[in-house]
Design a protein around this ligand. Structure first.
Ligand code: 5GP
Ligand code: ZN
Length: 139
């Protein structure tokens, strides 16, 4: 299943070139065209779905297993010192391409973008945290 005008569907179909590091029946893994770090890669499921809300559980489980495999591979090949797995859903969360993808971002001691994911924490009172916890508890 593909969607017209989806850039990742076009990459998967080979209509737009990409640097592919892995491919199987379900996924294509490419280098990000604007890498945050050396080896920044994107896991793309071949079936178009927008985001985490839409992806089926089986594909997601396979993507997680693939992320694990690639993490070890990257550590071995790139000698990175760490790695972030990042997955954005919705514009407010930083999603710019609305075809589900997982970022694999190798991290290196002393690299330029080392504050890549630094955020300042928000303040909540104990009462607010209790209420949030209560709201989110799955019983
Ligand atoms: P998002 O912000 O949606 O989580 O991430 C989208 C990512 O896709 C960005 O990091 C961006 O650099 C990457 N990207 C966008 N267009 C292309 C493209 O045509 N080719 C490749 N390889 N990456 C792309
Ligand atoms: Zn797509």
């Amino acid at each position: 299943m593909r969607e017209e005008n989806c850039i990742f569907c076009k990459i998967i179909a080979g209509e737009i070139p990409s640097r592919t590091i892995y491919e199987d029946d379900d996924f294509k893994v490419i280098l990000d065209v604007n890498p945050a770090a050396k080896g920044h890669a994107l896991i793309l499921p071949k079936n178009h779905c927008k985001n985490l809300y839409e992806i089926d559980e089986q594909t997601l489980a396979k993507a997680a297993a693939l992320a694990k495999k690639l993490a070890s591979h990257m550590k071995e090949q790139l000698q990175c010192d760490g790695l972030n797995v990042l997955q954005n859903n919705g514009e407010v969360a930083g999603q710019t391409v609305f075809h589900f993808h997982m970022h694999l971002i190798p991290r290196y001691v002393g690299m330029k973008n080392n504050d890549l994911l630094n955020w300042t924490h928000e303040e909540f009172t104990d009462e607010e945290q209790d209420a949030i916890c209560e709201k989110l508890q799955i019983k």
